[in-house]
Design a protein around this ligand. Sequence first.
Ligand code: BES
Ligand code: ZN
Ligand code: ZN
Length: 503
Amino acid sequence: MKVLFSGPVDVSSGTVVIFAFDQCKLGVRGKNVDRKIGGAVSSAMKSSKFQGKLGQCISILAPANIKLDRIVVFGLGKERNLDRNGLELLGSKVFQQLDTDQIKTAVLYIEDINNKEVNIDDSGPQIAFGAKLSSYRFEKYKNLRKSETQTRPKSITIQLKKANKAREKFKILDKIVDGVFLTRDLVSEPANILYPESLANRCKSLTKLGIKVEILSKAQMQKKGMGALLGVAQGSIREPRMVIMEWNGAKNTSKKKQVHPIAFVGKGVTFDTGGISLKPAGGMEDMKWDMGGAGVVIGLMSALAGRKAKINAVGVIGLVENMPGGNAQRPGDVVSSMSGKTIEVLNTDAEGRLVLADALHYTNERFEPKFMINLATLTGAIIIALGNEHAGMFSNNDQLSARLAECGNEIGEKVWRMPLSKAYDKMIDCDIADMKNISGGRGAGSITAAQFLQRFVGNTPWAHLDIAGVTWSSKSRPTVPKGGTAFGVRLLERLVKKYYEGK
Ligand code: BES
Ligand code: ZN
Ligand code: ZN
């Protein structure tokens, strides 16, 4: 769907969207429309019990003697309560209404949203952002009939006074949309199409945004001693890859002073059968999105580079397929990670931590980042603990975790901090190697997984987001259609913008 911006001019055909505050308070342009159609808006508001609550909507067919087709009225709620999130929600409702009514294009009279607390320059772009986010569909494998696609909303035109300014603002938001959509595309892709090599190849397309993309082959990883990651990969005929994406957007203050980048690390298991510790058949198809962490890192890098963020950021993803092939690793095997630490693999289904062990160590050693945030669909246990509402957050740094929690609440990708401690760490001590990859007990599965990761991050400020419960959604939410959510892209984009950019 396209978003266009223009100055306020009354349109005389097609669909017009107008807005009313609480208690049916129409703005100047809304009132004009109402007058033109003989008070049909006012009477429809009355008879339908429309009150102007946020997101409330009535869709009115224009009377026969009027050239307009349809007038859609949206409630804004109370002036003082309207904020960015409300506008975003509104945008998604507008899209959904147009979709339901099978309206291809519509004009939105935005400047009626004249609120002291909402900057008028922002309300247009913010509504457009919400509309666009909710317009996502993954349909590349569907042979759609023309009748199904022709009725979709194709464009919305946002009318307001400072159209140029709004257009510029939306351009930035649209880069975030691009990142979110890229992540959703990758997460939705089936594993016969998306495997380590093909996923790495897709990352190459980021070079057109100015990102430096480097791909490590299996041989290169062998040379570096990434035995933990390679152990997972050896049961599949698909070769593993590691992708390093660098965005250098910070101003070069002094050449001598090397600016430490911020780093994002993702679990990219393109399919997780469990390996020899095979998963049960029911629901195994979900494991195509076990590369969700990597997907977020890719989308985030795209968003940051797309909007030319003034920051040096690096994204590292470990890509493997976890299969039970003839050469697969066995329960009881001992592998040696790049850090030199040895691991007894007691369960081949606890593979994400093995991949991340090498990815985190490599990132830390090579880039000495200011902080590292890793994302992973790491444990089923986090779904038991937090369901689908919060991602689990584990961190060795109070400031970083407070910031993450705050940004998550602001944009609606919420994280909940979970504990780490020596006692939990002890649970993965091992008799014959430095550690084992599962605790063996039934409790604290997400925590012991996080403790495992912590053994590979040294003293670098670090946060681990266990996104197993929030990466895929079986129900639609306003700006997040069902399927791949891209949870994490907007959260981390906000974190960078609010706390680290240009600093
Ligand atoms: N990819 C899974 C975790 C997962 C489960 C993600 C459900 C999304 C939805 C992970 O590799 C895994 O299998 N973890 C095991 C760990 C166990 C063997 C200690 C789990 O959670 O059961
Ligand atoms: Zn697994
Ligand atoms: Zn997994």
